[in-house]
Design a protein around this ligand. Structure first.
Ligand code: ZN
Length: 118
């Protein structure tokens, strides 16, 4: 299901750094068994998070068309679940946070056996 129109796609959007196996893949394969085994310990919130992660960026949440502003190639991009526990949706925020923390680090030089903190 496609819900909305087009937006301009940049070159950085076309790079794929998708891992070989995602949490969603594991939940699709073993989620039902996990829910059965842990039925008494899983609340509504945990079940909702699991469902959101499985549905994230699939046709279940709809999608939109993206078009490359250089070559005009179009593709369907499925919508995100925007759940704060979803590793796909929080990947960009996590990378930004990590970059900010790395910028906070003090430079360290190792001179022989001596570590010098600046
Ligand atoms: Zn998501």
């Amino acid at each position: 299901m496609i819900r909305s129109g087009m937006r301009v796609m940049t070159r950085s959007d076309t790079r794929s750094n998708r891992p070989a196996i995602e949490i969603a893949d594991i939940l699709r394969r073993h989620g039902d068994a996990y829910r059965r085994v842990h039925a008494g310990h899983l609340g509504r919130v945990e079940r909702r998070v699991m469902s959101a992660i499985v549905a994230c960026r699939t046709e279940a949440l709809g999608g939109h068309m993206e078009a490359c502003d250089d070559c005009g190639t179009t593709r369907v991009a499925y919508n995100s679940c925007r759940n704060r526990h979803c590793p796909k949706c929080q990947g960009r925020a996590r990378a930004a946070w990590l970059a900010a923390r790395q910028a906070d680090l003090l430079p360290v030089f190792v001179a022989g056996e001596v570590v010098v903190f600046l």
